[in-house]
Design a protein around this ligand. Structure first.
Ligand code: GRF
Length: 244
């Protein structure tokens, strides 16, 4: 029942130039490359990948996809110089939007300022719970399991000066099952991250997430318009994107 917004709602030109920041293996980067870097996708292209680690597996994925890479290490360069270097790299590549995909450093304030409301992150739990400094990777899933929570999930949010605190754009719940370990829960969440992140970025760029509706209405609305439920491990999941 939601229609595509007029072109005026688009946040950037078509296709948007996307920079992805990674620190690790880059499976989320891969899902973005697979989704956007094909001739069929008119919405965005990943045109730059930046890492703080020269050995990050995500850099190899970028190279294989023919996407330029850059290593900027704030420990070696110093925080301020690294921030200036990152901003220069983003500007030189004409980047419209930045997507963090397992990037473990705080984004330099100069970059947050220049790209306000144009930096997104994906977190492997349902924020605002189980986020913040030091909450990444297996630690997140361990904390979820130890808390007794029955539901976890993935969250896409805007990035500000603080870890995991920016406005939430999209979430996808995932059950915590009896006997789950960090690995089993993490694997289940990661599968939905790969589906959620490209869709959330696409909705964000096209402005489709902007209609002001109450959360419950939004959920019903999404039921009509979202892609079919995905079956993962015998359970059906549906996507929840905030319309606000
Ligand atoms: C993902 O779980 C993501 O939510 C978090 O870091 C992890 C990165 O995994 N921010 P990968 O490098 O994309 O495989």
């Amino acid at each position: 029942m939601t229609n595509s917004p007029p072109d005026g709602n688009r946040r950037v030109k078509n296709p948007a130039r996307l920079a992805v920041l990674v620190s690790g293996g880059g499976t989320n980067l891969q899902s973005l490359l697979d989704h956007f870097n094909s001739p069929e996708s008119p919405v965005a292209r990943v045109t730059l990948v930046i890492s703080n680690r020269a050995s990050a597996g995500g850099l190899e994925r970028a190279r294989l996809a023919g996407v330029p890479t850059r290593v900027i290490n704030p420990v070696q360069a110093g925080e301020e110089a690294a921030g200036a270097e990152m901003l220069e790299a983003l500007n030189a590549a004409g980047i419209d939007m930045v997507a963090l995909a397992g990037y473990l450093k705080l984004i330099p304030p100069a970059v947050v300022k220049a790209y306000t409301d144009r930096i997104l992150n994906i977190h492997p739990a349902l924020l605002p719970s189980f986020g913040g400094a030091g909450m990444y990777g297996a630690r997140v899933h361990r904390a979820v399991i130890e808390s007794g929570a029955r539901v976890s999930g993935a969250t896409v949010h805007l990035v500000d000066d603080h870890y995991d605190e920016g406005r939430i754009l999209a979430q996808w719940p995932v059950p915590v099952l009896p006997g789950d370990t960090e690995e089993t829960l993490g694997g289940r969440v990661l599968k939905v991250e790969h589906l959620l992140y490209p869709l959330a970025i696409e909705r964000f760029l096209t402005g489709e997430g902007d209609a002001p509706v109450a959360p419950l209405e939004a959920f019903d609305l999404i039921a009509d318009t979202r892609p079919p439920a995905e079956s993962i491990g015998g359970l059906n999941y549906r996507i929840a994107l905030n319309n606000r």
